[in-house]
Each structure stands twice: as C-alpha cells, then as structure tokens.
Design a protein around this ligand. Structure first.
Ligand SMILES: Cc1cc2nc3c(=O)[nH]c(=O)nc-3n(C[C@H](O)[C@H](O)[C@H](O)COP(=O)(O)OP(=O)(O)OC[C@H]3O[C@@H](n4cnc5c(N)ncnc54)[C@H](O)[C@@H]3O)c2cc1C
Length: 312
C-alpha cells in the first residue's frame, strides 16, 4: 500500500490568518498572549524594554532594526503621534549609541486615511533619520498596498533621500516587474517570501514556487549589485545564496541576512560566526497582536508552544 504525504502547512497558515480577524480569537490572544509566549517574538511593550535587548544583540555582533508594532491606523492624530514616537526613538538610538535602524509600516503613518498624510509623516521621519545618519525601511504590507508603497518609496528617492529602503515579496506574480522598475534607483531592498493571506490571482499558491522565485530574485539582485537584505530563516535558500555569492565573487558588503527576533537563533549566531552581516528585526510595542498571529501562521509548532504554556 502506498501512502501519500500531504503538506498540511498551507491549510494551517490559511486557518490562522483567517482566524486573526475573529474578534473572539483577538480577545483571548490579546488577554493572554504576552504571558503565553508572545514575548519570544516581541522585545517588550515599550522602547525602554526593547533597548537593552538591542544593546545585547549589538554586543553579540548583530545589526538591528526596531518597529513600533501597530498597523492600519484610522486616526490622523494617532498616525502623527506614531511618527513623533519614531523620531524620539531615533534620538534615543543616537544618545545610547545603539546600532539600530527603523522598519515602519505606512498604514501606521496614516496610509489608510490619506496617501498625502502617510507621505508627510514618512518624509518627516526619513528627514530626521538622514540628519542622524540613520536609515528607514518601509515594510511591504498586503497586495492592495504595493502600488502606493512603491509610489511613496520612489517619491522619497526622487526627493533626494537615499537613506530609505523598501521590501519585495517573492509570492506576488508582479514582483519581477516591480523589481525591474526599481533597478534605476539603485535601491536598498529587503526580499521576503510574504506574510499575508493573498488570493491565487495575485500570489503563487504553492510554497515551492514562492521559494523558487525567492532564489531567482535574490540572485538577480546580487548580480545587479543591489544592496539586498535577504530576509528568511530558510536554510536551503541561505546555503544556496552563499554558494552563489562565493561562486560569482559577490562581496559580502553588498548583502546581509535578516531574521526575526526569537526565530532560528542558532542559525543567526552561526552566520555571524562565519563572518556574515546579520540584522535582527526586533519589534516592540503593545500592539503586537497582528504581528504575533503572522508568526504563529508561519509555523504550526509555534501554536503548540503557546498551547503548552497555557496548560503549564
Ligand atoms: C527581517 C524580516 C522582515 C520581514 N518583513 C516582511 C515584510 O515587510 N512584509 C512581508 O509580507 N513579510 C515580511 N517578513 C515575513 C516573511 O514574508 C515570511 O513570512 C517569514 O520570513 C517566514 O518565511 P521564511 O522566509 O523564514 O521561510 P519559511 O519557508 O516560512 O520558513 C523556513 C524555516 O524558518 C523557520 N521559521 C519560519 N518562520 C518561523 C516562525 N514564525 N517561527 C519559528 N520558525 C520559523 C522554520 O524552521 C521554517 O522551516 C519578514 C521576515 C523577516 C525575516
């Protein structure tokens, strides 16, 4: 008798991402999440809690970024406040001598209210970062926001800011074209697989296609001397990138690996020990719910980890 192995992970991922919008799930996870293990992925609910963790990561040889968790803001005053908070964090980073840049979401800076509001806020932040010699990366959110995110990114570049980068997602069919359009900007790009629930009309449904596209895009970026943040915990991809870079004489100065706080920590340390630049994305803030749910969706074992803590 033959048995057929069925990969349940895509179903699981969809289940968790759909459940994210269920108010009962949100209530329970928000009430107990931090105690049950969210702190494995979130470096504290304030920058005061996060800062010592960033300093420790620096001592261990890592670059870092930080994010104030939160997205899809619908209040103008709040969007302006978040921008002010990021500006204060840039000042703290400079004052405390932490090596840390920022990764931000445009929907937290008012994109769902008005594109001009989001632009004004991100421009204010990037200008402040420029004065401090720091860097801001604009995260990529779900597919309806890709056009406007790239529009704001290129507008900042056209305004003369080169201390800003953005992100491309290998699961989207459109990403090859987006990438081609960005090459003339000599961009600083992070490449990810993609974390949102996208329909098969816009994104590859099969993980093997997403992985294959990831490698094709990354190799092309390295070949074009595009500074690339290779953001993945996938050892097969990391090994293939290293092999490609070695074979083609690509300098380690033109790329870095990027991983998430609390995930694959041995792999993070191993790459630093081998002399590669590794940036740890180290988010903080009380609005951790959506971030946590995306991390749970990526790996069934993370949900088990939560449930074990519940019954401990
Ligand atoms: C620095 C960084 C920034 C990111 N920014 C964005 C962004 O702007 N927009 C966006 O859409 N997505 C973003 N992502 C998320 C990304 O799209 C993927 O969802 C996420 O990285 C998981 O995919 P993977 O590349 O690690 O590969 P996978 O094939 O999903 O995982 C490879 C291996 O990594 C480990 N792993 C992966 N995820 C987890 C987890 N949650 N917990 C424990 N182990 C895990 C497992 O061992 C797994 O087998 C970012 C990821 C990183 C690392």
């Amino acid at each position: 008798m033959t048995t057929m192995a069925i990969d349940l992970n895509p179903y699981f991922r969809k289940l968790i991402l759909v459940a994210t919008h269920n108010p009962v799930v949100a209530k329970i996870v928000n009430a107990y999440g931090m105690r049950l293990g969210a702190s494995r992925f979130v470096a504290g609910e304030s920058f005061d809690e996060c800062a010592p963790k960033l300093q420790q990561l620096n001592r261990d040889g890592f670059k870092c970024n930080t994010t104030i968790l939160g997205e899809a803001i619908t209040d103008r005053a709040l969007a302006n406040q978040v921008t002010d908070d990021y500006i204060s964090i840039l000042d703290r980073i400079e004052r405390d001598g932490i090596e840390c840049n920022l990764a931000v979401k445009l929907t937290q800076m008012g994109l769902n209210i008005d594109e001009e509001l989001a632009y004004a806020n991100i421009e204010r932040l990037v200008r402040h970062a420029w004065a401090k010699g720091n860097f801001v990366r604009i995260d990529m959110e779900d597919s309806p926001l890709v056009d406007v995110t790239l529009r704001i990114y290129t507008r900042l570049r056209d305004a003369g800011y080169d201390n800003v980068g953005t992100v491309l997602q290998s699961y989207l069919y459109r990403t090859g074209d987006d990438y081609e359009g960005l090459i003339p900007y000599r961009p600083n790009l992070r490449i990810v697989k993609g974390a949102y629930l996208e329909p098969p009309t816009v994104a590859y449904p099969s993980k093997s296609d997403v992985d294959a596209r990831y490698l094709i895009l990354t190799k092309d970026m390295l070949a074009h001397n595009v500074y690339t943040g290779i953001a993945t915990h996938d050892t097969k991809i990391i090994d293939a990138v290293i092999e490609y870079a070695n074979r083609n004489g690509i300098s380690r100065d033109t790329f870095e690996f990027q991983m998430l706080y609390g995930i694959a920590t041995n792999l993070q340390k191993d790459l630093v020990a081998r002399g590669y630049t590794v940036l740890i994305a180290t988010p903080h803030g009380p609005q951790w719910y959506f971030y946590l749910m995306r991390r749970l969706a990526e790996r069934p074992a993370n949900v088990l980890f939560f449930l074990k803590n519940l019954f401990r």
